[in-house]
Write a new protein. Structure first.
Length: 139
């Protein structure tokens, strides 16, 4: 009997080892370009992007076991929720004196784009076909 890894979990497995690298790069650039406050703000952006990715992947994995319609709803709804989370984080963190919204935004956007590229590569090919293979719930 062979066991298959869910494509979403495979994507998480491939992305998480890159997290420390992204965190260090963002912190170093933030520190060099804007000081310690910018470094912390950049690091927070990377953490938020990664947490959102993990939550989104796990929710899509859960929805894929139910039905294609639930999967579509969770994927689209999750996108809106992630945008709201990013906005709320920016608004709340902007009330803290040391927070740098510029460093946060300049890290959040490339981190999100980079994550999407890694995710697309992780889910392409064999994993992409596996992702859209729904089991028949009938006995």
């Amino acid at each position: 009997m062979t066991t298959t890894v869910e494509p979403e979990r495979e994507a998480i497995r491939r992305v998480l080892p890159l997290a420390p690298v992204a965190l260090v790069v963002a912190s170093v650039f933030g520190r060099v370009l804007g000081g310690a406050d910018a470094a912390w703000s950049a690091a927070i952006a990377v953490v938020i992007v990664l947490l959102n990715f993990v939550v989104a992947a796990l929710s899509v994995e859960w929805a894929a076991h139910i039905s294609p319609m639930v999967l579509y709803g969770v994927a689209m709804g999750g996108f809106v929720v992630r945008l709201i989370v990013f906005t709320i984080a920016l608004v709340l963190l902007n009330t803290v004196s040391w927070f740098s919204p510029v460093a946060f935004a300049l890290t959040l956007v490339p981190a999100t784009i980079g994550l999407l590229v890694v995710e697309a590569r992780a889910l392409s090919g064999r994993l992409q076909t596996d992702m859209w293979a729904f089991e028949d719930p009938r006995p």
